[in-house]
Design a protein around this ligand. Structure first.
Ligand code: HEM
Length: 345
């Protein structure tokens, strides 16, 4: 279906939570297919998440800079709460935002929570923007900065007839939210990864051996060296296969279409793709419930996660696939390699 009817299913279902929490679909991951989504997708791919930009911003995601920014901000709010006064309301806001981040399936929220989250989300946007402005003012001006992309966002104004302010407010916090999300996803995946290696001595030894050969005990793992760590990459892929962080994809039919089996699907029909089931299909994967990284060096050595092999789509596929896949893979591989490297085998 993803192959033959990809374009027909390139929009998202119009659910209430996307409308309320996504500023009337201005958060482009929730936006319907159309000129606004196309423009935002282009800006994100070229200006924010391209290899060129990832290289420019490497100092941010490799260092602790972003963590420090967000951590400092949360700490400040905690302190305010301890001192009483306005802190309580702000703490409410943080609690709700963290719930949203942890619970991606926001359509399970009841009406009250959605109302509360909607008003608090705008505070979040305001605070994030303030934090970014303060960071710029406080002086990393010589470095490439995320705000460099803002001129490219200006044309979006024309598409949504929103105030420029609103586009800015929705876009940057959205990427920051994804930043939080990836840390969460990385943390969950890292836990699974370590647990799997802890119970399986043989996997652990193979991964450690590879690190010893290509990195050595006395050096830190560098991003450039990851490409040599083929076993480690296979372990990361196997983790993504068995524990896809987004196990269900949400799409909707953009136009009427007829599937190859003759079913007619009306425009607007929601489609939920069960990625977990696809990635554990025993017709494709032998012993699908067994953690076997070796399969990505043997029977599935040509299967990657970029959305072209439909038996393995942890980042989705085609038009609405994850634009952060490159960043996510770099972070996952580097985090896992560094974690493993810090432990004795
Ligand atoms: C382990 C990490 C990650 C996983 C497993 C993941 C997975 C996914 C999946 C399954 C989708 C839906 C794809 C589809 O419908 O076909 C998606 C969409 C998206 N992801 Fe990710 N993602 C990750 C990290 C990131 C990062 C780091 C960013 C950006 C900084 C990001 C930004 C987005 C955006 C903006 C969309 C919506 C795209 C659209 O609707 O056009 N993701 N992601």
């Amino acid at each position: 279906m993803a192959d033959n009817h990809g374009p027909a299913f390139s929009t998202r279902p119009a659910i209430t939570a996307s409308k309320l929490l996504g500023y009337h679909y201005a958060v482009f991951g929730f936006a319907p297919y159309g000129p606004y989504w196309l423009e935002m997708r282009k800006i994100t791919a070229v200006e924010l998440l391209s290899h060129y930009r990832l290289d420019m911003f490497k100092h941010i995601w490799i260092s602790e800079e972003l963590d420090a920014l967000v951590g400092g901000w949360l700490e400040e709010h905690k302190q305010k709460r301890l001192l009483g006064g306005e802190g309580n309301e702000e703490q409410d806001f943080i609690d709700v935002m963290l719930n949203i981040l942890e619970d991606v399936w926001i359509f399970t929220f009841d009406a009250d929570t959605i109302n509360k989250a909607t008003s608090l989300a705008s505070t979040f946007a305001f605070q994030t923007r303030k934090a970014i402005t303060v960071t710029v003012a406080s002086g990393s001006s010589k470095r490439a900065h995320i705000l460099n992309i803002l001129p490219y966002l200006m044309p979006c104004y024309m598409f949504v007839a929103l105030k420029w302010e609103k586009v800015l407010r929705n876009t940057i916090p959205d990427q920051v939210r994804h930043g939080f999300n990836i840390s969460g996803k990385c943390k969950d995946l890292a836990q699974i990864f370590i647990k799997k290696l802890a119970v399986n001595l043989q996997h652990n030894l193979l991964a450690q051996e590879e690190l010893d050969i290509f990195v050595g005990k006395d050096r830190n793992v560098q991003e450039a060296g990851i490409k040599n760590l083929r076993y480690l990459q296979a372990v990361v892929k196997e983790t993504l296969r068995m524990y896809a962080p987004s196990p269900i994809l949400l799409r909707a039919a953009k136009d009427d279409c007829t599937l190859s089996n003759g079913y007619h699907v009306a425009a607007g029909t929601s489609l939920m793709l069960n990625i977990w089931k696809i990635q554990c299909d025993e017709r494709v994967w032998s012993d699908p419930n067994e953690f076997q990284p070796e399969r990505f060096l043997t029977s599935h050595k040509d299967t990657d996660v970029w959305g072209l092999n439909f038996e393995m789509i942890p980042f989705g596929s085609r038009r609405r696939s994850c634009p952060g896949v490159s960043l996510a893979l770099q972070m996952l591989n580097l985090t896992m390699a560094s974690l493993l490297h810090s432990f004795e085998g």
